[in-house]
Write a protein that binds this ligand. Structure first.
Ligand code: HEM
Length: 149
């Protein structure tokens, strides 16, 4: 059976068993399995993060936040986090989003800039809009832990 029919089956099962209220959770579980693949697995995620680092470096609005950051460590942790979050075989080993962003006074505009850069690099790497939206949907709940801390 093709992966697409499998996820369709999973969605129907979710609907039948859990009803409409559980739909978003079910669809997330069903498609998360292949979000990691849609991002190009670990190699693709590494490419996304590397391109994102270049965007950050060239953005005068946000680059100052990273003045004292160990970029190699940040890169490794962001790859781990995106890999785990998208359903890949990684384990995030960094600290919580709240802890790592406290004291940086990151604004909503900074957050929006980072999201814009992320969307740009994913588009450049031919990641589908659906997969981009799915990843952004997984990152969105972190907003409150990152901004105005
Ligand atoms: C949902 C959005 C974001 C995610 C998923 C994210 C993810 C991460 C991760 C995984 C780390 C490493 C944590 C650790 O050190 O253990 C980190 C650190 C950091 N993030 Fe974010 N981040 C986000 C938004 C932002 C934004 C909008 C900014 C500023 C424009 C920012 C600036 C930083 C800085 C400066 C550090 C390094 C802190 C240090 O040097 O100790 N982050 N972030």
């Amino acid at each position: 059976m093709k992966a697409s029919s499998l996820s369709g089956l999973w969605l129907s099962l979710c609907l039948a068993v859990f009803g409409v209220t559980a739909l978003s959770g079910c669809s997330q579980t069903a498609s998360k399995d292949h979000l990691y693949q849609q991002l190009g697995s670990t190699v693709g995620i590494e490419k996304i993060v590397d391109a994102l680092l270049v965007e950050i470096e060239n953005d005068p609005q946000i680059v100052h936040h990273f003045r004292d950051t160990d970029i190699a460590r940040f890169r490794k942790l962001l790859i781990e986090q995106l890999c785990e979050l998208s359903g890949g075989p990684c384990k995030y080993t960094g600290v919580s989003m709240q802890e790592s962003h406290t004291g940086f006074k990151i604004t909503q505009a900074d957050f929006d800039n980072l999201v814009r850069h992320l969307m740009k690099v994913m588009t450049e790497q031919n990641i589908s809009i659906a997969a981009q939206n799915q990843l952004l949907g997984l990152l969105a709940p972190m907003y409150g832990d990152v901004v105005y801390r």
